[in-house]
Ligand binder design. Structure first.
Ligand code: AMP
Ligand code: ZN
Length: 665
């Protein structure tokens, strides 16, 4: 038994180290596959021997815990904010104030000011105890379950860490990850997130920690708080934090004079655009902790630290015209076409105008000189009009009333910012967009067919919706531009093969607004076939796990359309999978609905994974630990003694694998 425990602990240690190499040092030493295999191995062992459960095991990073209401807890040490400065003069004034209060020379530590959500982490005996948001500085929200899923937050420390301390940092969302999340949102017809900062702080308050685990968040640390830590300077504390396994960017530098501080600022004002994440300034801190203590705090912020905020980079240029784009869902987005101009190292030609309200709010007119800024948003935006340069006689923008592609009058729903083209069936970009979504990698993944070919096929009048794909012939395709015999063959073959794609992916491919991959899976699991989904009412749909009102309405709308029903019956005729396979279905019931079941020990006729799957397929939930909520325990050989005792104490029924199978039949 103890050798199993050793094995589990060794695996945990190894995985922690690999997590550290990958997420903190950015230099992995094994492949992702090797990592996944080790994680799987640990997971299997932990399931098999739940008595060795550890809330800080690397397997817990995937999340799953749901928080309905975040508990408010007081900070043991207050979280202050920072005073801001905007110029060198401000900083010289600050240094003069400091020198009046303390003796001797002053050194500084300069750090980047990460633009995210601040967090306070408490560690006790080297393990993460809690993670709390800043809140009002005196108390914040307990978001431990969510923060645990962030891979650069160490769950166990290394080295010579103190027995108990708080460490503060910033949870950020790197720009690449942010862009990727937005691409996925746009794909399911959701509005993209506005900027990484708000998305990072919003992520901390998600109820489902498994959702948080999917977001590529990072945690960058900048301050250690506690008593008797044996640390003398801010710079040393950063080095210490790094040695315990925290992610502390190495941009942080020790400075001997204010002139060196100015150099640091000038350097980062330019180079910040090459960082993988956003910063909105730098933070300058008096280096000596003794001097910090002498300086103390004002009502709001430490006297020993100062934020220097960069000006968001701005230029002015002329607005030449506004064009209107039509998305797959019919949403209209106005885009400003600008006189090309350099901004933050790139040439900017276009800027987002978001919607009609935004144009009205800015009172921007065609021909205006406008200020363009690259701030938190990735796409530059127009922030104001230079009225001193407004030409005479230019008129306010009249927002388009008709779709630029199909001339249909646009509609705008109560409470919605966006205008929509309602010509669902006849509007070219919508038609093309839907088919492009249908064939995309995560949907039907049709090999040999790309987005541009789809546009060609639609424009040539060969297809009008995705069901038409299945009637395409090689002879029709060959005459198309850049189509050779071989590529035409591949295209037809790819379409044919898509008939084997499982129903849950077809469900996603249909392109129903708000039905992403996860929702599609939920619907399929619950209803099993398309007819049942099509027949469901809003009331029924919202009763399905994770389906809210907005999604339910959108699903019902979709199946109300005669045209959609016609397309679906055609897909059915062609043999596209519109129900879960007989094999899957045979093994699915609701017999264990609402039951929480613990598996323990080893079995004769099946593996633990098979047993687990069987429970889930029959609607039950597998839980790793015994509690008063456990419905029953499926016990095999070698059930741990502590478990047995706990089951007896709580009077929970034990059944063997044969009794379990009988229950199902
Ligand atoms: P503000 O929100 O403008 O008052 O700025 C204060 C916030 O800056 C703090 O609450 C931190 O979350 C954040 N911050 C980002 N980077 C740092 C850093 N290197 N040192 C201190 N605070 C930082
Ligand atoms: Zn249209």
């Amino acid at each position: 038994m103890s050798s199993i425990k050793d094995k589990i602990e060794k695996l945990r240690e190894e995985l922690n180290e690999h997590n550290y190499n990958y997420y903190v040092l950015d230099s992995p030493t094994i492949t992702d596959l090797e990592f996944d295999l080790k994680l799987k191995e640990l997971e299997t062992l932990e399931n098999q021997y739940p008595e060795f459960f550890d809330a800080n095991s690397p397997t817990q990073r995937v999340g799953g815990e749901i928080t309905k209401n975040f508990e408010t807890i007081p900070h043991e040490h207050r979280m202050y904010s920072l005073e801001n400065s905007y110029s060198k003069e401000d900083l010289i004034d600050w240094e003069n104030r400091i020198k009046k209060m303390i003796e001797g020379t002053v050194e500084y530590t300069c750090e980047l000011k990460y633009d995210g959500a601040s967090i306070s982490l408490t560690y006790e005996n080297g393990v993460l105890l809690k993670a709390v948001t800043r809140g009002d500085g005196f108390q914040g929200d307990n978001v431990t379950a969510n923060v645990k899923t962030i891979k650069s937050v160490p769950l166990k420390l290394k080295g010579d860490y103190p027995p108990r301390f708080d460490i503060r940092g910033e949870i950020i969302l790197p720009i690449d990850g942010f862009n990727k999340m937005n691409e996925e949102r746009v794909e399911i017809g959701e509005e993209p997130y506005r900027n990484p900062r708000n998305t990072a702080s919003g992520s901390l308050k998600l109820q489902d920690s498994a959702e948080v685990a999917k977001r590529p968040l990072e945690c960058l640390l900048y301050n250690i708080t506690g008593s008797n830590l044996g640390i003398k300077t801010q710079f040393e504390s950063l080095e210490k934090a790094r040695s315990w396994g925290f992610k502390v960017p190495d941009a942080a530098k020790k400075m001997h004079s204010m002139d060196e501080v100015f150099e640091f600022i000038s350097y980062w004002d330019i180079h910040r655009h090459n960082l993988p994440y956003e910063i909105d300034g730098v933070v300058i801190k008096v280096n000596s902790l003794d001097q910090q203590e002498e300086l103390g705090y004002t009502a709001k912020s430490p006297r020993w630290a100062m934020a220097y905020k960069f000006k968001a980079e701005q230029v002015s240029t002329k607005l030449n015209s506004i064009s209107y784009q039509v998305g797959r869902t019919g949403a209209i987005t106005p885009v400003a076409n600008l006189e090309p101009v350099e901004l933050a190292g790139t040439i900017v030609k276009r800027a987002s105008l978001h919607n009609a309200d935004q144009i009205e709010k800015l009172d921007v007119r065609i021909g205006d000189e406008v200020f363009v800024e690259k701030g938190g948003e990735i796409i530059p935006k127009i922030i104001a009009v230079d009225l001193t340069k407004r030409p005479l006689n230019i008129e306010p923008v009249t927002y388009i009333a008709n779709c630029p592609e199909c001339q249909t009058p646009l509609v705008r729903q109560e409470g919605e910012a966006q205008h929509y083209c309602p010509n669902y069936m006849g509007c070219n970009p919508q038609i093309i967009g839907r088919i492009q979504h249908y064939i995309s990698r995560k949907a039907m993944d049709i090999e040999g067919l790309g987005g541009e070919t789809v546009a060609l096929l639609v424009n040539e009048g060969l297809i009008n919706d995705y069901s038409d794909l299945y009637e395409l012939t090689k002879e029709q395709v060959i005459p198309l531009e850049r189509m050779a015999e071989k590529s035409a063959d591949n295209l037809i073959k790819g379409i044919e093969q898509s008939k084997n794609i499982p129903f849950e992916r077809v469900m996603y491919a249909l392109g129903i607004r708000y039905v992403g991959e996860t929702v599609a899976k939920k619907l399929v699991k619950h209803y099993k076939n398309i007819d049942a989904i099509a027949a469901a009412s809003i009331e029924e749909l919202v009763n399905v796990d994770e389906i809210g009102n907005k999604i339910a309405e959108s699903v019902v709308d979709f199946f109300h359309s005669e045209n959609n029903m016609r397309i679906i019956s055609r897909l059915k005729e062609f043999g596209v999978q519109l129900e879960i396979s007989a094999e899957q279905l045979a093994n699915q019931t609701n017999k264990l609905e609402g039951q929480s079941i613990v598996i323990s020990g080893v079995f004769e006729t099946m593996s633990r994974d098979e047993l687990k799957k069987m429970i889930e397929n029959n609607g039950g939930k597998v839980s790793s630990s015994i509690s008063s909520k456990t419905s029953f325990i499926v016990a095999g050989d070698n059930m741990g003694p502590s478990k047995k005792k706990k089951a007896e104490d709580l009077k929970i029924q034990l059944i063997n694998e044969y009794e379990f199978l009988q229950k199902l039949n």
